[in-house]
Design a binder for this molecule. Structure first.
Ligand SMILES: NC(=O)c1ccc[n+]([C@@H]2O[C@H](COP(=O)([O-])OP(=O)(O)OC[C@H]3O[C@@H](n4cnc5c(N)ncnc54)[C@H](O)[C@@H]3O)[C@@H](O)[C@H]2O)c1
Length: 447
């Protein structure tokens, strides 16, 4: 669905009017396009932790030039497209001043659409209380910067566990690129990878890999299939048999295969297993299919309650377990679920949906340690307001509020969710496990 307000305030007259009366002025996000350089350029690399060298190596291994700067004091007029602050060395409250100094001096140097990443050591991995307190404090800084820098700038915190340094590349590449346009204010924890895969195929990371995407005939599912296929995967597209013609069209458009399947059918796991026996195990499984049946609980029918839980939660749980129990996922495999900010914040009229999507977070956290033993990761995205047929059904005023109530002042596109899933599913993302990453432009809901 198109966002007419976004187009209007970016027209000559619209911009003037919005400025005059103080209306919100969202900037159209810049998203990744094939053939574009992957990383923001130039980027300031600052801080003095254990990852600084690693970050420099990332830039030197590409054609991207990094503007190197220690904690710069004097503001410069030269605009940069990104900043990475390695704060893993921050050991007490005094050290936090370094971040103040750096961001105070450089906030205005960041160009529109710039990417900012702060690297830290998670409090649970700190050696003493002052360090744990200072590292936890970084969350507040990052979430505030994500709210105040505006101009479509995004800001994230990545906590890197000791020993997980080599797992950093795929995450830095994602968060310093246009692929993460609608992800902001997130805190990610990197662990030692569950597998030992090292990929150098940054352009086609899924080459030779098989991916399964449920609900792939339209909306977010179709975008996921397109992005995974763009990056080299053979995508098996699943959707209900009633959507067969749209499903076949979707599968053809990504040179993939169509598998008509109602994921809530009693024999769904067996049919999927039969598919695996015939064509081989999957490397990526994306549980995207989902439905809403909104009503306040007093008015909600039992069917509406049950059907939402069956599609959104029970099916991903049963299919994941069946695949893991029967070698349906290769070592290095990735399961990615689609939750929602409703599952984090709750939502009026969505008790069934929010229950199912909160359950998806439980599924991720409960299954991840077990899957790790098979060298498989389990993560989720939690989209906010994404422009699809699902949100087109939302009444106008609620829809408009949903679009604007986030730091980027607009709804996301299906591709924003798809790019985030592609990062979680990346062969080099074995260190990202049991994470729930919001794709919501830092929505105020559940913040
Ligand atoms: N659109 C948003 O703003 C938003 C926000 C948060 C989360 N999500 C989640 O993202 C996912 C995709 O949402 P969307 O907006 O693209 O929805 P959509 O309604 O456009 O597409 C969902 C797809 O799932 C399929 N599906 C439904 N039940 C199925 C079943 N039993 N078996 C197989 N396929 C089935 C549908 O046929 C459809 O093709 C859902 O899980 C949804 O809850 C969406």
């Amino acid at each position: 669905m198109s966002d007419r307000y976004l187009s209007f305030v970016n027209s000559l007259w619209g911009r003037r009017l919005a400025q005059a009366v103080g209306l919100p002025q969202p900037l159209p996000l810049q998203r990744h396009r094939s053939g574009q350089p992957g990383l923001a350029n130039p980027v300031i690399v600052a801080g003095a932790g254990r990852l600084t060298e690693h970050v420099h190596r990332l830039f030197s291994s590409t054609d991207t030039v990094a503007a190197t700067a220690a904690t710069v004091k004097a503001p410069s007029t030269v605009k940069v497209q990104g900043a990475v602050f390695d704060a893993t060395h921050v050991a007490d409250l005094q050290h936090l001043d370094e971040l103040y100094t750096f961001f105070h001096a450089n906030a205005r140097r960041l160009g529109q659409h710039a990417r900012v990443v702060v690297l830290g050591t998670a409090p649970e991995h700190c050696q003493d209380l002052p360090q744990a307190v200072a590292q936890r404090a970084l969350e507040g800084l990052v979430r505030s910067l994500a709210k105040e820098l505006r101009r479509a700038i995004t800001v994230q915190l990545i906590y890197v566990a000791p020993g997980a340094e080599d797992a950093l590349d795929s995450s830095l590449r994602f968060f310093l690129s246009r692929r993460s346009a609608y992800v902001s204010g997130q805190v990610i924890r990197l662990q030692k990878p569950v597998d030992s895969h090292i990929t150098l195929h940054w352009d086609k990371p899924f080459a030779g890999r098989r991916a399964l995407v449920t609900g792939a005939s339209r909306g977010i599912g179709l975008a996921i299939a397109q992005v995974l296929a763009r990056d080299g995967a053979h995508v098996v597209c699943v959707d209900v048999p009633q959507a067969q013609s749209a499903l076949q069209q979707a599968a053809d458009s990504v040179d993939g295969s169509a598998l008509p399947l109602d994921i809530t059918a009693p024999d769904a796991a067996a049919l999927l297993q039969a598919h695996v026996s015939q064509y081989g195990a999957f490397d990526v499984v994306v549980h995207n299919a989902g439905i809403t049946r909104d009503k306040t609980i007093a008015k909600m029918t039992e069917t509406a309650w049950r059907s939402v839980l069956a599609v959104n939660l029970e099916a991903p749980l049963q299919l994941s377990q069946a695949l893991l129990d029967n070698h349906g996922l290769n070592p290095g495999g990735r399961i990615v679920c689609v939750s929602s900010i409703s599952g984090i914040a709750g939502n009026l009229g969505q008790s069934n949906y929010a229950t199912s999507k909160a359950g998806v977070i439980g599924l991720v956290q409960g299954l991840a340690p077990r899957a790790a033993a098979q060298q498989v990761t389990v993560n989720a995205v939690a989209p906010g307001f994404i422009e699809t047929q699902m949100t087109a059904k939302v009444p106008l005023l609620i829809r408009e509020a949903g679009r604007r109530m986030n730091s980027l002042l607009q709804g996301g596109q299906p591709v924003d969710v798809a790019e985030t899933i592609a990062w979680l599913a990346h062969p080099a993302s074995g260190g990202v496990n049991s994470q729930v990453v919001r794709v919501c432009g830092q929505s105020l809901l559940g913040a």
